[in-house]
Design a protein around this ligand. Structure first.
Ligand code: OGA
Ligand code: MN
Length: 240
């Protein structure tokens, strides 16, 4: 697999080539599953979204879960709506808490390396020109929700592809917390995804409204976005 050394060295330099970052990314590189990544690419090409139960490598999922539970509550902040200056807290739209993943933990580095490998693979197969990736942990307490929304808007958008990974072992039907993806706005077609550990959902950010239903138990996920470079003369990407 000729692409792997590039992934490792790219991420090593992104993290200042710290020893632990190097070994974390090297480890993550071993989990790269080209067949899975190709299936995601084919799904996105055919219909704009992909839902893959069991997509997260078990060691990665386990590491993320362990890290999540070791994080103190103070690392999480109430999620807002809108970007930068338009950013406001809005209890009507969403009530979850988030913590951005910047690679300061080994699990976070492994996640970024894995997502970086997916980015490279999708760029090769779909020519989307994905340029960067941002992601955060999200915690929805019992009753929390995120109403129907879009992750990007035509014209202003540089979020191209949304990705959600779930971190809830043993999630049961009837506990709520489904992601609802509205796959056909006109027909009202809808896909419902249980937030079970290991499931990955990928979709075109500008195409699919979606919502998170309230659950009866704590619900953990990672939401991430692959972006194109939106820099121009007046603005340097990325703002957050
Ligand atoms: C988001 C989002 C979905 C989920 O954070 O933008 O839509 O299932 N999350 O957590
Ligand atoms: Mn969303």
């Amino acid at each position: 697999m000729s692409a792997l050394p590039t992934v490792v060295s790219e991420f090593a330099s992104a993290f200042g080539a710290a020893d632990c970052a190097l070994s974390a990314t090297a480890e993550a590189a071993q989990w790269v599953d080209s067949a899975l990544f190709s299936r995601i690419a084919a799904d996105v090409r055919a219909r704009g979204y992909s839902v893959c139960p069991g997509a997260l490598p078990p060691v990665l999922a386990g590491g993320l879960l362990e890290h999540l539970h070791s994080m103190s509550d103070s690392r999480f902040t109430r999620a807002g709506v809108g970007r930068k200056h338009g950013h406001t807290l809005n209890d009507f739209v969403r009530t979850d808490e988030i913590s951005w993943i910047n690679g300061e933990s080994v699990a976070g580095q492994q996640w970024l390396a894995w997502a970086g490998a997916l980015q490279q693979h999708l760029n090769r197969e779909l020519l989307l020109g994905l340029f960067s990736f941002e992601s955060h942990f999200a915690h929805y307490g019992p009753g929390d929700f995120y109403r129907k929304h879009m992750d990007a808007f035509r014209g202003e958008a540089n979020r191209v592809l949304s990705l959600v990974a779930y971190l809830n072992p043993g999630w049961q039907m009837g506990e709520g917390g489904e992601l609802r993806l509205f796959t056909g706005p006109e027909s009202g077609a809808m896909l419902s995804v249980q937030p079970l550990l290991g499931t990955l959902v990928v979709f075109l950010s500008e195409e699919f409204p979606h919502e998170v239903l309230p659950a009866s138990r704590d619900r953990y996920s990672i939401a991430g976005w692959f972006r194109v470079n939106g820099s121009n003369g007046a603005r340097v990407d990325p703002p957050r």
